[in-house]
Unconditional design. Structure first.
Length: 162
């Protein structure tokens, strides 16, 4: 039997625990009544875009189908529709392979007439609720989340922007 000094075992146990449990754990999704998360992201033009007390609507697209729904909903609206409604559109592209995001997705987003907050690292948006096949919609007032909805049609997205 091999014996290790106690001082040598502590780092081994710590490293094993972090590996098995995950470093820091995932952030719990925000809930109704909670403050909007303090997020400062960059848009598709590398400009800071944040959620503030004035933000009234947050749209979150976490997969390609949801991004297409957002694009379809916004294509018929004025380029200022998001800004006019104090809305922020967040596109989580963290699951996309980096070469695809930099060669395909980002150049395409740069052509859009409206700002899109881009999440490239999953941890940056871990606290945002999500549902497969849907766009998450957070409605807020005074920096507090009043409702969380999951919409599955461009028409439903458009209703928030009218």
């Amino acid at each position: 039997m091999i014996r290790f000094p106690r001082t040598a075992l502590a780092p081994l146990i710590l490293v094993t625990s972090v590996f098995l449990l995950g470093a820091g754990g995932a952030a719990a999704p925000v809930q109704t009544g909670a403050p909007l998360p303090a997020m400062v992201l960059k848009d598709q033009h590398d400009k800071p875009l944040s959620l503030t007390r004035d933000t009234r609507i947050v749209f979150v697209a976490t997969e390609m189908a949801a991004s297409r729904m957002m694009a379809k909903a916004l294509e018929t609206l004025p380029a200022t529709a998001l800004k006019d409604r104090q809305a922020v559109y967040i596109a989580d592209i963290s699951s996309m392979p980096q070469p695809i995001s930099s060669i395909v997705a980002m150049p395409k987003m740069r052509k859009l007439p409206y700002a899109v907050a881009v999440v490239q690292h999953a941890a940056d948006a871990a606290q945002l609720p999500r549902k497969p096949g849907a766009v998450t919609v957070l409605t807020a007032e005074g920096g507090t989340i009043r409702a969380i909805d999951f919409v599955q049609t461009p028409e439903a997205i458009g209703q928030y922007l009218k």
